[in-house]
Structure formats: structure tokens, C-alpha cells
Design a protein around this ligand. Structure first.
Ligand code: GLP
Length: 233
């Protein structure tokens, strides 16, 4: 893993964007995208740029079960607000959290990922070391799946909802095996809340107890961290 320390989230977004530009110049066609507060400055750099994304494909990591694209807490809504309304892609895929048949939706998403191998995957990290919504205990060989969110994740994400009760308890998430197939992975983390997860991800054992630790086994991972997130390294 290559570690890049930055002063703040703005600088982190700029560096991630520079890495993206390099990959686009060498032919990247499919971007794996993430939600959460972490990638927002990266998306702002994309929006400010004059790059044309109309020939690119995006595939998002995850979506809450039960939220419609019009719900302002859904990840589909987030992506539209933060990026897609300014930079439309040729096609953008996000799991359908309202699918009646979740098993079929999960299979369908695996086919989409197989048909569009991800060249450049953006990741944030949960306080408990989750990536996408792959919580501690998730097997490393799973592809897209329906997950029960960990209590800590529901707690952390409740800041975006009116109450803890309103946070969906399930999500559809690209699996760890799918994430590991991405050619290049850029994981960003900012703030003291992420320091334990970052330290264990980089220096701890590779274990399903800390899902992001599997990234030690990928040969092209760049980790962008601010001082606070890097404070336990
Ligand atoms: C959610 C998302 C993750 C994200 C994480 C951290 O759980 N499913 O993809 O990395 O939150 O969010 P934030 O960037 O807001 O800290």
C-alpha cells in the first residue's frame, strides 16, 4: 500500500483527482464510486474540471435497502446531488434498494460488475473498518450481497437522519471479492474517528474482523489520510 499524508480533506480530494486523471490518460473507462462525506472533495475536483465523463461508466458500491432514489438519504440521491447532475456519465449503476427480489438484484449487480471491470475504485472506510457496507465478519470471497448493518455503522450514519430509528438496517453492497478485482483502489480517510481503522488496516493482521485489512493483499492501493486519521500509524 502506498500512503499519502495530506493536510486536509481538500488536499486529499485534489490528490485523488490527480490519480484519476493519470488513470484516465492511460485508458480507464469504469470508475467505482463511493458515498459518505469522505469522497465529496474528490467529486468537487471532478466537477471543477473540464474533463468529459460522457464516455465513462460508474458503478457505486452500495445502497440502503428500502430507500427510493427520491429519498434524500438514498445513495442514488447523494450521487445525483454531489456529482451526476454536474458530470453525467455514459451510464451509472447503483444497486436498487427498492428491488422486490433482492436476491435477483444482487445477481444482476454482479453481472454488471463482470461486464464493466472497475479500473479505478474510490473507497472510504467505516470506523469499524468496513468498506462499502461489508461489515466485520464478512467473508473475503463474497461478491454483491444484502448485508445487515452493524450497530456502530447505524450509529455513525444516523447523523444524516432525524433519528437512529430512521436509518435503514440493511443495505446492498458490492462484496469484498468484487472490490478486490478493481485495478487501482484509492481509499481516503479523514479525522480521528478513522485512526484505529486505518492503523489496523495498514499494520494489523489480514482478518475479516477488519474488512479493509484485505487491501494489504491488493497490489495497487493508495491510501490518502490526514494527520488525524494517520495519528495511530
Ligand atoms: C458508509 C458507506 C461507506 C463509507 C462510510 C464512511 O458506511 N457505505 O462507503 O466509506 O460510510 O462514511 P464517511 O465518509 O461519511 O465517514
Amino acid at each position: 500500500m502506498k500512503i499519502i499524508k495530506v493536510d486536509n480533506q481538500e488536499e486529499g480530494g485534489k490528490i485523488a483527482f490527480t490519480l484519476l486523471k493519470e488513470k484516465l490518460a492511460s485508458g480507464a473507462k469504469t470508475l467505482g464510486l463511493a458515498t459518505g462525506s469522505t469522497p465529496i472533495t474528490f467529486y468537487q475536483e471532478i466537477i471543477k474540471s473540464n474533463l468529459d465523463f460522457s464516455e465513462l461508466t460508474s458503478i457505486n458500491l452500495d445502497e440502503y435497502v428500502g430507500l427510493s432514489v427520491d429519498n434524500d438519504q438514498s445513495y442514488a440521491y447523494f450521487m445525483k446531488e454531489q456529482l451526476f447532475q454536474y458530470k453525467p456519465f455514459k451510464e451509472s449503476f447503483i444497486p436498487n434498494g427498492l428491488a422486490k427480489d433482492l436476491k435477483a438484484e444482487v445477481k444482476c449487480y454482479d453481472v454488471i460488475i463482470d461486464q464493466h471491470p472497475i479500473d479505478f475504485q474510490i473507497l472510504g472506510i467505516g470506523r469499524n473498518g468496513h468498506i462499502g457496507f461489508n461489515e466485520p465478519g464478512t467473508a473475503f470471497d463474497v461478491t454483491t450481497q444484502v448485508v445487515d448493518l452493524a450497530a456502530d455503522t447505524i450509529q455513525a450514519n444516523s447523523r444524516f437522519f432525524d433519528s437512529y430509528e430512521e436509518v435503514p438496517k440493511q443495505a446492498i453492497s458490492m462484496g469484498i471479492a468484487s472490490i478486490m478485482k478493481s485495478k487501482t483502489i484509492v481509499l481516503m480517510a479523514y479525522g480521528r474517528d478513522k485512526a484505529d481503522a486505518i492503523a489496523q488496516m495498514i499494520n494489523g493482521p489480514v482478518t475479516t474482523d477488519l474488512p479493509a485489512s484485505i487491501l494489504q493483499e491488493h497490489d495497487d492501493v493508495i491510501v490518502i489520510v490526514d494527520e488525524a486519521a494517520a495519528s495511530k500509524l
